[in-house]
Design a binder for this molecule. Structure first.
Ligand code: SF4
Length: 442
């Protein structure tokens, strides 16, 4: 937990010797609390004070890296229980379990489909993150499956086996991809910590109860392993939510370092709808990694859309650059539609204009990322703002007419906008879904 300036002051020598460059120890403590200086500036700190202050400057939930290069993943380092308190930082990694009992061709086919799970939504690319190979056959099949995965996907890897010997063989061919290894238990912690250290890879620590899990992470720490992911096994949803919430609360509210790690959940539901519902529940609260079997696009798109919404900054709505956009083979006669720069609004309008097949211009007004009605109510989408935007983007030099189409919900401003801008205002449909027929009949 981060210390306040006064908490830090209590640990300082309080001699006001000024060697740190500050007039008093209190002034130094205040700067330290803001992370504006380093503790090394005070040469008189006791070892105990150093240890406490260094520990307090560590994030309450450790940041763990999995994978390398473009597909490197960062999980953990979250700072709040509730998104509205600040924001969530590292989106839940979504991955897929492949059993080594499948044939090479079946594995290749699944990987081909997994590699295609990329979507674009409100101007952002949504991707999946991991492939987990589960050891259910013999060692040879496990290694063969891993080799197939290595050769056919760039995604980060999870190696799942209860046999440290099989994992060692697997790590020899995958270590450069820094896979996550699954899973150390209280019975095999020594063997897994050796593997984690030898190959410099993160490790999943598993126990069905939190007390044992906490002891297990301490044991791994004592053996030199610090990149740990927590797992409490497959459980009914309510029990799993309890575990995930307790882990997060213990780390953030109780400064319990032994549970201050990212978390992993394996979805075991057979029904594809249940699988999505479970995964959505854990993405909402508080899984860092979700591994599932289903690879249908409808399943994955729902989850990635949910993830995108949860991991945006609640104080900063997704925005696009305010400017004049052209859609299709526009000409000087093309209609000009006005909307806001809230990404969801803009991309919804864009989609409908594209669907209409009527080449058009869209003026995106800077409403600080607010949607039409919210911006209008907050006086960010006003006749003045719209007039300023069409002047700034010199729309009159782009088209040969002076006709603007505004959203139907703000029809009330049409007269005022005509007076302010000198453009004729046409009131468009209230809902974006009405745009195609509106444009075709214009
Ligand atoms: S160097 Fe240390 S003891 Fe001296 S004023 Fe700064 S904080 Fe206080």
């Amino acid at each position: 937990m981060a210390f306040s300036g006064l908490d830090i002051y209590k640990l300082l020598p309080k001699t006001n010797c000024r060697e740190c460059g500050f007039v008093t120890c209190l002034a130094f403590a205040m700067q330290l609390a803001k992370k504006a200086v380093s503790i090394d500036k005070c040469p008189y700190l006791s070892e105990e004070a150093k240890r406490v202050l260094e520990a307090s400057s560590q994030p309450p939930i450790k940041l763990v890296n999995i994978g390398e290069g473009d597909n490197k993943l960062e999980v953990g380092n979250e700072t709040v229980l509730f998104r509205h308190e600040e924001k969530f930082y590292h989106p839940t990694a979504v991955g897929f379990i492949i059993e080594d009992s499948l044939s090479v061709d079946e594995i290749k086919h699944r990987l081909e489909r997994i590699n295609k799970l990329k979507f674009e939504r409100v101007g952002q690319e949504l991707n999946v993150n991991l492939v987990a190979v589960r050891h259910t056959s013999d060692k040879k099949k496990f290694i063969e499956a891993i080799q197939t995965v290595l050769n056919n996907t760039p995604l980060a890897l999870v190696l799942m086996s209860d046999e440290p010997e099989a994992l060692k063989e697997a790590l020899k061919i995958t270590a450069q991809r820094r896979p996550l290894i699954y899973h150390a238990t209280k019975d095999n912690a020594g063997q897994f910590s050796k593997l984690a250290q030898e190959f410099k890879v993160p490790v999943v620590a598993s126990s069905s109860d939190l007390e044992t899990l906490s002891g297990l992470t301490r044991e791994l720490n004592n053996q030199g392993v610090n990149d740990i992911i927590l797992d409490t096994g497959v459980k009914p949803v309510k029990d799993k939510i309890w575990d995930l919430t307790q882990e997060r609360r213990q780390a953030l509210k109780k400064s319990n370092r032994s549970l201050g790690y990212p978390t992993l959940v394996i979805i075991d539901a057979k029904d594809p709808y249940e699988e999505v519902m479970e995964a959505a529940t854990y993405i909402s609260k508080y899984a860092s990694i979700v591994l599932m079997r289903g690879i249908e696009a409808w399943q994955v798109l729902s989850l990635l859309t949910l993830r995108q919404n949860i991991y945006t900054d609640p104080q900063k709505p997704l925005q696009i650059e305010p400017k004049l956009y052209s859609v299709g083979a526009v000409s000087s006669k093309s209609p000009v539609l006005v909307t806001t720069n809230f990404s969801l609004t803009y991309y919804t309008v864009l989609g409908e204009v594209e669907a209409s097949k009527v080449p058009s211009y869209i003026v995106s007004v800077d409403t600080e990322g607010m949607s039409v009605l919210t911006a209008w109510a907050a006086e960010k989408f006003t006749p003045e703002k719209i007039s300023d935007s069409i002047n700034k983007f010199v729309v009159k030099d782009t088209v040969s007419h002076m006709r603007l189409i505004i959203p139907g919900y703000v029809a009330v401003m049409s007269g005022d906008l005509e007076d302010k801008s000198g453009w004729q205002v046409v009131v468009g449909p209230k809902e974006a879904s009405g745009i195609p027929s509106f444009l075709k009949n214009l």
